[in-house]
Write a protein that binds this ligand. Structure first.
Ligand SMILES: [Zn+2]
Ligand SMILES: [Zn+2]
Length: 320
């Protein structure tokens, strides 16, 4: 199973400003310290091997969109944040090479940052594509239609030429999408949100759990989450805030800290965690700092299965 991250930012898309690029170039020049490179390959090896990710690259700024590639029959996509635009174009290239034009979306919830990419999803405009939208929310269709009403967007939903189907899912039931079994859990968030667990035919499992608030003083009440995360090969999890932010000014904002999520993953004996839904005001350096603090915290608190802590970025592909 491959997990492709098309959008990893929370709440609002962001882009790097000129000053941030300038700082990265300065960092790279200082790291090179006058060294000469024979060609782009040699320079690339230096950039990849000797400069920190947060200097050489960027976590990106598109909002939530994650693809679960688990078979050749259909695309499986979690959420429709602004990262969906690029996924749509990439999927069309794969369809031109023979991939079926069948898309199964799983929506965590209907907040704007998780559906804003849909009006720019080109496959929806093309006859012959089949788009199935799965959600725990019965009002998913209303949310997608509403954001394309004339007051907000020039192209109405009814103009789209793909074949659509909306399915409302129930927690406690397992659904089969080809060879992939999908289950869901309701989470604490404004207007509620749902996490999804995908079990592939090879026994590998990935969990997509974003926009979910786990409170540090109520870990006893999280047994259902631990059961949902149990033994997962990868958990993509909302870790929007540092612990200090989440217990001071951002309590009850509907998101979680890296620390609480690591505790839950440890309890669930999960194998890998991808920090996700990054706070839009955090710089690449801020996110990198949170990533290294998370790795350190995981090492200090580990008592059973080691948990590898990754930090999702736009363009990351994880194989499980
Ligand atoms: Zn969100
Ligand atoms: Zn939300």
């Amino acid at each position: 199973m491959l997990i492709r991250f098309w959008g990893t930012r929370g709440s609002l898309p962001v882009s790097l400003k000129a000053a941030a690029i300038r700082d990265k170039v300065i960092g790279a020049l200082l790291a090179a310290d006058g060294r000469r490179f024979a060609d782009a390959v040699e320079a690339g090896a230096f950039v990849d091997g000797e400069i920190p990710f947060s200097t050489a690259q960027t976590y990106g700024g598109a909002t939530s969109c994650v693809e679960i590639e688990a078979g050749p029959d259909a695309f499986i996509i979690c959420d429709m944040g602004s990262g969906l635009r690029e996924f749509g174009l990439d999927s069309m290239r794969r369809c031109a090479a023979g991939h079926p034009r069948v898309y199964h979306f799983f929506l965590s919830h209907l907040h704007w940052d998780h559906i804003m990419g849909f009006p720019f999803f080109v496959p929806a405009f093309v006859p012959g594509a089949k788009i199935v939208i799965h959600a725990g929310h019965a009002d998913a269709e209303q949310a997608l239609r509403r954001q394309q009403e004339e007051i907000s967007f020039p192209v109405p939903f009814d103009y789209l030429r793909a074949e659509f189907e909306f399915r409302t899912l129930e927690p406690g039931t397992t659904y089969q999408i080809g060879a992939v079994a999908v289950s869901l859990i309701e989470q604490h968030h404004s207007h509620s949100s749902f996490g999804f667990r995908f079990a592939g035919p090879d026994g590998k499992t990935a969990v997509y759990s974003t926009d979910s608030e786990h409170k540090i003083d109520d870990m006893e009440g999280e047994t259902d989450v631990v059961a949902f995360f149990a033994d997962a090969d990868l958990i993509v999890c909302d870790t929007m805030y540092s612990l200090a932010d989440s217990v001071s000014m951002k309590e009850d904002w509907g998101h979680s800290s890296n620390i609480v999520v690591i505790d839950l993953c440890h309890e669930a004996a999960a194998k890998r965690l991808a920090l996700f839904h990054h706070e839009p005001t955090y710089s690449d350096a801020d996110i990198a700092r949170m990533h290294s603090e998370s790795i350190r915290y995981e090492e200090l608190t580990r008592s059973g299965t080691p948990l590898e802590v990754l930090c999702a970025y736009d363009g990351l592909v994880v194989e499980i």
